[in-house]
Design a binder for this molecule. Structure first.
Ligand SMILES: *Cc1c(COP(=O)(O)O)cnc(C)c1O
Length: 381
């Protein structure tokens, strides 16, 4: 069997050859002028993708490390935090705040739905104000996107800081960090940014800096004060993952060369195609069209077949990797990632694999129906 894998997990995602090539360059010293130049140029390009004029830091850690950085620098024990939870990653953000001693109020929304501003307003009026509000832009565990513009607009005139996890949407969806009043925006390298795992990027507003500077708690590896100090010399406080920085520079060049608006449209089309295909194969989409993620499609197989059986067939017989459900959806869900180095034809391939897997699992599937529906969605017939 040819050792060819088709990676459709919503992180990590496939790495483009030009990014892989950039990462194979010889290592340079991170205290060199060459690294300083590379670092400076990466941050400028990343700010375009974040649509921010705020400070931005590239941290050698995973996406969760970026989330922890956001919390660790702004939270002191006892601080009141409102965590908006729409799935597994919202839950993680809430847990990190709890781990740092915050007094966390959780507002949970049914998995597969998005956050509802009426409920946020109700909680704010009853229990607010809060020092921090935590939200997930794109909830990877359920395939929904939250309206951060509405949330940011609501909070704009309050004292609260808005911290947003955009790990699985930055570089794929139109995220207006400044216009949406996001104080700390977090992303990771291994999703739409087309890199291997290992980097997190965080932007920090001046409002956030005031809180960070006043925080009595001292942080070390994740200290944004240290990151800011080092960035004065285009440096990092600790040894950065230099190879990933080379890769990030190349990946940002690819995004900017395609044009952000084209990148966003490509992801919207891929999502439409994946949803049309899955639906035509009798799968139930977890999220409503109006809130559907552009980077990951979550679907429940119809009666008579288990999500993990399908996953196993896809992996074993075709070398195709989809993700399963997380948390309360474990074992029930299939998640198809379509972000980063992913084209419309890759989605067609995923649909072809999915319908063959359903057939092999004994489902009376109309072979070609998923591919046809996806193609029709792409051709807008
Ligand atoms: C993948 C992901 C993370 C976690 O990132 P790690 O790199 O695994 O630490 C956080 N939030 C969201 C929404 C994600 O999709």
């Amino acid at each position: 069997m040819l050792d060819k894998n088709y990676l459709y997990t919503p992180g990590p995602t496939p790495v483009p050859p030009q990014v892989a090539a950039a990462m194979s360059r010889p290592i340079i010293g991170h205290r060199s002028q060459e690294f300083a130049d590379l670092h400076g140029q990466i941050v400028e390009k990343a700010k375009i993708v974040f649509q921010t004029a705020n400070d931005l830091y590239v941290l050698t850690t995973s996406g969760t490390g970026g989330m922890e950085t956001a919390i660790a620098n702004t939270v002191a024990p006892g601080d009141r935090v409102l965590a908006l939870v729409t799935g597994n990653f919202g839950e993680r953000f809430a847990k990190i705040a709890g781990a740092y001693g915050a007094d966390v109020t959780r507002l949970d929304f049914k998995w597969g739905t998005a956050l509802d501003m009426n409920q946020v307003d109700e909680v704010w009026k009853k229990e607010g104000p809060f020092k921090l509000v935590l939200a997930t832009h794109n909830e990877t565990s359920t395939g929904i996107t939250n309206d951060i513009a509405a949330l940011g607009g609501y909070l704009a005139n309050s004292q609260a800081l808005l911290l947003v996890d955009a790990v699985s949407s930055m570089g794929a969806m139109n995220i207006r960090t400044d216009e949406w009043h996001v104080d700390i925006m977090v992303t990771g390298s291994q999703k739409a940014l087309m890199l291997p795992p290992g980097l997190a990027l965080v932007s920090v507003s001046s409002k956030a800096w005031s809180t960070i500077e006043a925080n009595p708690e001292v942080r070390f590896y994740f200290s944004l004060l240290e990151a800011r100090k080092s960035f004065g010399k285009k440096n990092t406080p600790w040894t950065p993952a230099v190879s990933l920085f080379y890769g990030l520079d190349a990946a940002l060049d690819m995004l900017l060369a395609e044009g952000l608006s084209n990148v966003f449209k490509r992801h919207a089309r891929m999502a439409k195609a994946a949803r049309a295909g899955a639906k035509a194969l009798g799968m139930q989409l977890l999220a409503d069209d109006s809130i559907a993620s552009h980077t990951v499609t979550a679907a429940l197989p119809g009666a008579g077949v288990g999500a993990s059986d399908l996953s196993n067939i896809l992996q074993r017989d075709m070398g195709v990797t989809f993700a399963g459900g997380q948390g309360q959806l474990k074992g029930r869900l299939l998640r198809i990632g379509h972000m980063g180095y992913c084209s419309e034809l890759d989605v067609i391939t995923a649909m072809a694999a999915l319908e063959m897997a359903l057939y092999k699992a004994g489902v009376a599937v109309d072979l070609g129906a998923g591919v046809r529906a996806a193609e029709q969605a792409l051709l807008r017939i």
